[in-house]
Design a binder for this molecule. Structure first.
Ligand code: PLP
Length: 367
């Protein structure tokens, strides 16, 4: 076991109390008071009307696409660089993911490259806010509007981050979140779709519950799924939500410590920082340039020996063996980020002393 992990959730008496309430009252499945409470309070927090909680973030993305009737023959624009769930959700619907390169300024999808990829078959854009740093969502929203496309936000890594003064997740037709164990807030496994559209909301609820009619029991007008969240998960989520401001404040503090310690280290590029957005630094991440002689993988090994756990950045999704691309697009920025990036320990209770220790290990080997 590493001395300093990349992540560990912070759980206290509030989660324990809520979970025990579920156990003591018997409401342990997907009915119970905590589910609508968590949905409403999380939707309020993000600035959307309706929330539909799900069993995980991948299902939230899949259900979002299905609720917009996206399927065979359709194309969905996605960033080449994301966690694989973004692309897989598109594949589950039998639509085609259309990959777009990243930009160095945000490490997210480069909006200037999107319009070139739009065809008559394009139905939606999934904008992902990677590692807590918002994508240029206003620009992407205007592109979506101009071409009559749906906008889905994948905000699984950016709960509470802000873009032009508004929370991420407030921009998309549907916004999807994950509450996996290492996300900004967690329910163990879990996810949520947010929307302002009443019809979409009802459709999502139906898809989540086997596609069952609201009025006729055991009548299923279309094929749905079992993507429900349990009351126990929601009970944990509600307790986590009470602490979200503290988590984010801590994570921003951790980022300023890392920034300070690593600012002048040769071979290290600090994470994106833009005037129009406020990152939540889900995972504080750096790039390793050739100036750091031992290279990205070498540095990760040395950090491991120091007892510091790290992760490489994601691998661009188009590289996976089961993904077939007819054209031969190259994604230079996504590839560069993927080959040179490291996620550093970023859990909300990380101390200044620990950050200094991590930075000292990096400095020792990057000179
Ligand atoms: C975590 C994550 C998801 C999926 O969430 P799960 O809850 O693990 O299914 C989707 N997209 C991104 C960008 C993520 O980081």
């Amino acid at each position: 076991m590493s001395k300093i992990p990349v992540y560990k959730p912070f759980i206290d008496e509030q989660e324990r109390k809520n979970v025990l309430d579920c156990l003591d009252t018997g409401w342990i499945s997907s009915l119970g008071k905590y589910i609508p409470m968590f949905e409403q309070q999380f939707a309020d927090y993000c600035g959307k009307k309706y929330g539909v909680a799900t069993s995980n973030g991948t299902n939230a993305l899949h259900m979002a696409l299905k609720s917009l009737a996206i399927g065979v023959g359709d194309e969905v624009v996605v960033p080449a660089l994301s966690f694989i769930a973004t692309t897989n959700a598109v594949l589950y619907t039998n639509a085609k993911p259309i990959f777009v390169d990243s930009e160095m300024e945000t490490w997210n999808i480069d909006p200037s490259l999107i319009e070139n990829k739009i065809t008559k078959r394009t139905k939606a854009i999934i904008a992902v806010h990677l590692y807590g740093q918002p994508v240029r969502i206003k620009l992407i929203k205007s592109i979506a509007k101009k071409h009559g496309l749906f906008l889905i936000e994948d905000a699984a890594e950016a709960h509470g981050a802000e873009c032009n003064g508004k929370k991420v997740g407030s921009y998309g037709d549907i916004s999807c979140f994950s509450f996996y164990g290492n996300k900004v807030i967690t329910t163990g496994e879990g996810g949520m779709c947010l929307t302002n559209d009443r019809k979409v909301y009802e459709k999502l609820r139906m898809l989540r519950d086997h596609g069952m009619s609201k009025t006729v029991r055991y009548w299923h007008p279309e094929m749905g799924y079992n993507y429900r969240m349990t009351n126990i998960q929601a009970a944990i989520g509600l307790a986590q939500l009470k602490k979200i401001d503290m988590f984010i404040q801590n994570k921003r503090q951790i980022a300023t410590w890392y920034d300070r310690e690593l600012a002048d280290v040769p071979g290290i590029v600090l994470p994106p920082r833009t005037k129009w957005a406020k990152s939540v630094y889900w995972l504080y991440s750096i790039l390793i340039t050739p100036e750091c002689r031992i290279g990205r993988d070498g540095l990760m090994k040395k950090l491991h020996d120091c007892g510091v756990d790290t992760r490489p950045l994601f691998i661009p999704n188009h590289r996976m063996p089961y993904i077939i691309m007819k054209n031969h697009d190259r994604f230079y920025v996504a590839e560069t980020l993927s080959k040179t990036g490291i996620n550093l320990p970023s859990y909300p209770m990380l101390t200044e002393k620990e950050v200094k220790y991590v930075a000292a290990c990096i400095k020792k080997y990057c000179r």
